[in-house]
Write a protein that binds this ligand. Structure first.
Ligand code: AP5
Ligand code: MG
Length: 218
């Protein structure tokens, strides 16, 4: 099954995509994670993306669609993928249709995480991840069971994203409203959009998504 998790910054796309990976063996394709890896590795893509990401603006459509295309050529995605943070513009949505079509695949569902924007700054500025394994946490909503120790791998090193500050979050939200939200009606017209309440707690959101996937599979 190929699904898109769509929602503004901090909506819970990454949180839910990693749960779907862990619980259902699905494959998460996060363009944000791919770009951060490229920045860290200092690749040509990373060099182009770094300042754009730190400003909270969107990296070019050509770059992100190329990253997705390369990833879809790897065998583990043949059974389906969760698109997290892609597509984000109408051009990317068109590119995704083409990339899937070329590989004889199709998009099964778009799951919209509906959230109240006022809560997002709080979610994003409280976010941190394990520096070793990438497990996600939050200062208030999801602390490690033992303070300062990652639940998953036991590491004691954590990090925060350079774009997770209140000012950049406002730009990221404005980008979402202007460029990403307009792709929803396109998918709505195809009848593949499912809306979940992203303001509910993480387990409730996960249950709602699981129910949608089960109904599509069954
Ligand atoms: P990206 O990495 O995709 O960031 P984003 O869209 O801004 O989304 P986030 O990762 O901030 O939020 P999320 O929805 O994953 O939330 P999370 O689950 O972590 O992109 C970063 C940048 O890369 C972009 O600004 C752009 O420059 C570039 N980029 C990436 N893709 C691109 C593309 N396709 N085109 C162009 N440019 C691109 O949750 C947030 C926090 O809240 C966590 O701490 C979590 O623990 C907590 N939380 C989650 N769910 C809940 C809940 N239900 N209740 C309480 N807390 C919760
Ligand atoms: Mg994310």
């Amino acid at each position: 099954m190929n699904i898109i998790l769509l929602g503004p910054p901090g909506a819970g796309k990454g949180t839910q995509a990693s749960r779907l990976e862990a619980e259902r063996g699905m494959i998460q394709l996060s363009t944000g994670d791919m770009l951060r890896a490229a920045v860290k590795a200092g690749t040509p893509v990373g060099l182009k993306a770094k300042a754009v990401m730190e400003a909270g603006e969107l990296v070019s459509d050509a770059i992100v669609s190329a990253l997705i295309g390369e990833r879809l050529d790897q065998a583990d995605t043949a059974g389906g993928a969760i698109f997290d943070g892609y597509p984000r513009t109408e051009a990317q949505a068109e590119a995704l249709d083409l990339l899937l079509d070329e590989r004889g695949r199709k998009l099964d569902a778009v799951i919209e995480l509906a959230v109240d924007e006022d809560a997002l700054v709080d979610r994003i500025t409280g976010r941190f991840t394990c520096a070793a394994c990438g497990a996600g946490y939050h200062d208030r909503y999801k602390q490690p069971a033992a303070a300062g120790v990652c639940d998953v791998c036991g590491s004691t090193e954590f990090k925060r994203r350079p774009d997770d500050n209140a000012e950049t979050v406002r730009t990221r939200m404005a980008e979402y409203r202007a460029k990403t939200a307009p792709i929803l009606p396109v998918y709505d017209a195809r009848g593949i959009v499912h809306r979940v309440d992203g303001m509910a707690d993480m387990d409730a959101v996960a249950r709602d998504i699981a129910a949608i996937l089960d109904s599509l599979a069954g």
